[in-house]
Design a protein around this ligand. Structure first.
Ligand code: ATP
Ligand code: MG
Length: 408
């Protein structure tokens, strides 16, 4: 029932820990919402720990969530996976002690402090909490009793009740729980508490980051990818599947709809002025994405657009693209510089995949001098050139979409 000794992370005393107390921000999750929030969090934690070696029990008692190991496990692996669960603000490794009297508890705590803090010149505060009220000592008595035991055992330590280096928590339950370290979690809200949205996922750097950011606020993510074979290769599509898989670590399984966009692109290429190709193509992407979003009960679209990044993302172009949608379009990167987006993509591990050199369907059909200030009336007029076949082509594209369920 112990984690492996000497894990690569080098955290001291990890072999002692057999459970984790999960901390989450409680602001705004009062009353009924709190249960929805906690249920979703437990669900996502279960999904994350299932990927780890070993067996775990996820339990919820008295407003606390614990992940308990019921077999051997790898400390770093479980922590890395818990760090992908939105809604977790902190992960506290816990040591359990059987209640065998106060003297025994004192011995266990001396051992705990010696293992986890080998340099014992730190200041500390004991913070006892009795969830089981029949314990023979009050919280105050435990605090002062354990305090003096520690001062006797480690004379270089001192008590600091205001800003201690070590806040030693002791929770009296059936067993006694000891913890003092908090590893930061990703924050945010558990996926599933905020409805569902459709991410327009290309093979680039931006859109996976955009999906990650909206998922962080608790939104479940489906995705749509516009594929244009043979202009875009199977390898380009595989790259998008790979990106969906990386973000599914955070978002849970992603339903990826792959749309064959070739005929529509060729038709636009044939019928519309080339400098307007990108804008008109993007308007069709949004229309199709919105249709699939409605059919799958999504409440909005998500793109990786950022003002001014390319010609199709000027304020004028964004207005033209946006005009065809009735659903809200969420653009979480709208005010970000490329470098800021790259930083996040490195942090979430999508960057290396995003920069693989496979063509995307937009780059093949781009004009040398695309319009940067499209005039909506002119764009609408040119879209009339498509009247004869476009409705049917959009229907076909939606009907023949390939669904790939991507998960870890
Ligand atoms: P990214 O790095 O995400 O590819 P980008 O900077 O290349 O973005 P554009 O190609 O103009 O920008 O695309 C803007 C947004 O439109 C993307 O972030 C993405 O949400 C969506 N998008 C572009 N191409 C596709 C595609 N082939 N399939 C699905 N969505 C796409
Ligand atoms: Mg792109």
């Amino acid at each position: 029932m112990r984690s492996r000794e000497s894990p690569p992370g080098g955290r001291k005393g990890v072999w002692m820990f057999t459970a984790f107390l999960i901390k989450y921000a409680e602001i705004g999750v009062k009353g009924r919402n709190r249960y929805i929030f906690e249920d979703a969090l437990v669900q996502q934690i279960k999904y994350a720990v299932r990927r780890c070696e070993g067996e775990f029990k996820v339990t919820r008692t008295q407003g606390r969530i614990y992940v308990e190991a019921v077999s051997g496990f790898d400390f770093d692996e479980i922590v890395d996976n818990l760090k992908t669960v939105f809604g977790i603000s902190g992960i506290c490794p816990v040591v359990y002690v059987r209640d065998e009297g106060f003297e025994k508890l004192g011995e266990e705590i001396i051992r705990y402090v010696g293992e986890v803090y080998p340099e014992t010149d730190k200041s500390f505060k004991v913070n006892a909490r009795r969830a089981r009220k029949n314990y023979p000592l009050t919280s105050m008595e435990i605090n002062s009793g354990i305090g003096s035991i520690l001062l006797d055992a480690y004379p270089a330590m001192k008590v600091d009740v205001h800003k201690p280096d070590i806040l030693l928590n002791i929770e009296i339950r059936e067993k006694i729980y000891i913890y003092s370290e908090t590893i930061p979690g990703p924050g945010g809200m558990p996926v599933g508490t905020g409805g569902k949205a459709m991410l327009l996922l290309s093979g680039g750097i931006d859109s996976p980051v955009a999906g990650y950011m909206i998922a962080k606020r608790g939104v479940k993510i489906d995705a749509v990818y516009f594929h244009a074979p043979p202009y875009t290769s199977e390898r380009a599509k595989q790259k998008v599947v790979d990106l969906a898989r990386i973000i599914s670590r955070y978002t849970g399984p992603v339903y990826l709809h792959v749309i064959n966009f070739t005929d529509i692109q060729l038709y636009i290429y044939d019928k519309c002025p080339h400098e307007e190709l990108t804008i008109i193509m993007r308007r069709y992407m949004m229309r199709i994405a919105e249709r699939i979003a409605k059919e799958t009960e999504c409440l909005g679209l998500i793109t990786g657009e950022s003002i001014g990044q390319v010609a199709s993302q000027t304020m004028h172009s964004l207005a033209a693209t946006n005009e065809v949608c009735t659903m809200p379009v969420y653009r979480p990167l709208i005010g970000f510089d490329k470098m800021e987006i790259v930083d996040i993509s490195e942090k979430i591990n999508t960057y290396e995949t995003s920069i693989q050199p496979f063509e995307d369907c937009c780059t093949i059909f781009v004009a040398k001098h695309p319009v940067t200030k499209p005039n909506l009336n002119i764009i609408r007029r040119h879209e009339e050139n498509l009247q004869e076949k476009i409705e049917e082509m959009v229907d076909t594209a939606v009907r023949t979409a390939e669904l790939i369920i991507v998960h870890q």
